[in-house]
Design a protein around this ligand. Structure first.
Ligand code: LLP
Length: 442
């Protein structure tokens, strides 16, 4: 039975932990009433613990906030068979960006017509698989893709497509995840006329049915305003397409990118407020342009998967050096490259035991062979943190395991689902044998 968090070794700020997090006997922390130390003993570390009810609850937050829209979970944040099953059961669609994600989802029974396929450089294999499996919508990114896709569609068929346009909006937490401006690789520009040109070419392909426009302005976007600016520009383009071609496109896809808090006090995007403002802006823009309301799609990834999981590591060494305390754990940049890639700050906590020691400033580093392998720079942990301890890092569910590598031949960690006091293995740990299997030369 878990109790609400108070103070002590475990964090007193609940905000960034799964809603089910609480105290467990011995000073441990539990998620969905599963003590993390028990899970670490049973499944080993590093370990990813995914709270099923939290994940599904976040799906429901979206369907409640956007009842009139298609909510499509962005698989790239994290996908496995269980996740595809939960997403489907909660009534969401799925955004995939490779044949691999697509085939996994369809193998679980995910209805292909609820799947949207993305990608700035879809391979022939991606496109063939999408057409073969009957994906609902394919998002065309560039003009080279138009004829390439059309030739894959059978003569009597029509593939529904959206066109990804660049609305000219700067948003997102880091240069690498800002996708709303003309100087990046995704989509066709509204500003320079390429979008209108691509529309014309798609309309000229009898095997493609252009159903709408798509944009994704960036990721970890903390403000509502950039979405409204993008929406206004997309509605403007819908009106120009109607005027030029006499075609009223029935859909708009606003992408994802909704920010979550990684540390207490970080700013997150309020989904309900976003939905209300988007709805009002869309109604207003369409009324002024004399357009019917298009059906909206949103594509959240991080805001569903991120806060639902916790990563658990074992401390292997504590080193006092250069005036700093370095706490080295058994994972690092290969299971979570985000601090190294985007400078993201996390808030790890000591779990598994109580500590009355005064808090001290430490840097949590990984086990990989480079100095940049830092998981959490300058954070507070109890001063008696020592080898053998467990550290848990919240908000570990998005873009960690999906971007994980097996750097230095260390296998990727397992994922367990926790629900109602029970833990079950979703993805097993990658073994040395798994890695050796691919090595088929001499
Ligand atoms: N739709 C499209 C077309 C996307 O490209 C993405 C993310 C999403 C939806 C979902 O965005 P989300 O709601 O998860 O922010 N690896 C980076 C994030 C890359 C995002 C890529 N595209 C990170 O760890 O922050």
């Amino acid at each position: 039975m878990s109790l609400p968090l108070t103070t002590g070794a475990v964090p007193d700020a609940l905000s960034v932990w799964p809603a089910s997090a609480g105290h467990a006997p011995g000073g441990d922390l539990s998620v969905a009433s599963v003590p993390l130390a028990e899970a670490a003993d049973r499944f080993g570390t590093p370990l990813y613990v995914l709270d099923e009810d939290d994940f599904r609850g976040r799906c429901r937050t979206y369907t409640a906030a956007f009842p009139e829209a298609d909510v499509v979970y962005a698989a790239k944040a994290f996908l496995c068979r269980a996740v595809a099953t939960w997403v489907r059961a909660e009534g969401l669609g799925l955004d995939v960006c490779s044949a691999g994600e697509l085939e996994l989802a369809v193998a679980t029974g995910f209805p292909p017509d609820r799947i949207v396929m993305h990608g700035n450089a879809k391979t022939p294999e991606d496109l063939r698989t999408a057409v073969r499996l009957g994906v609902g919508r394919i998002v065309i990114d560039n003009s080279a893709e138009i004829a390439r896709l059309a030739t894959l569609v059978a003569r009597h068929d029509r593939q529904q497509v959206l066109l990804r346009v660049v609305p000219g909006v700067v948003a997102g937490a880091h240069r690498s995840v800002r996708t709303g401006t003309d100087d990046q690789k995704f989509g066709v520009s509204v500003a320079d006329g390429s979008a209108q040109h691509a529309v014309e070419r798609i309309l000229g392909q009898p095997r493609l049915e252009l159903v709408g426009l798509h944009c994704h302005i960036g990721s970890q976007v903390t403000e509502i305003r950039p979405y409204l600016v993008a929406l206004r520009r997309l509605v403007g383009l819908l009106a120009r397409i109607r005027d030029q071609h006499g075609v009223v496109l029935p859909q708009l896809d606003l992408g994802g990118g909704h920010a979550v808090a990684y540390r207490p006090g970080d700013r997150a995007l309020d989904i309900t407020a976003l939905a209300a403002r988007v709805r009002a802006e869309l109604a207003d823009g369409c009324r002024r342009s004399g357009l019917p309301l298009p059906r909206l799609t949103v594509e959240p990834g991080r805001a569903i998967a991120g806060p639902a999981a916790v990563a658990v590591y074992r401390v292997l060494a504590v080193k006092h050096t250069g005036g700093r305390v370095l706490v080295a754990v058994d994972g690092g940049m290969s299971d979570n490259p985000r601090p190294a890639l985007y400078g993201v700050r996390y808030a790890p906590a000591l779990v598994g035991r109580a500590s009355a020691a005064a808090p001290t400033r430490v840097t949590v580093v990984g086990r990989y062979c480079e100095a940049g392998d830092v998981l959490a720079e300058d954070v507070t942990l109890p001063g008696d943190v020592r080898p053998g301890d467990l550290l848990a890092v919240p908000v570990a569910g998005a873009y960690q395991l999906s971007m994980a590598s097996s750097y230095t031949m260390v296998g990727r960690p397992p994922v367990i689902a926790v629900a109602n006091g029970r833990a079950r293995l979703l993805i097993r740990r990658e073994s040395a044998a798994d890695l050796r299997l691919r090595d088929v030369g001499v």
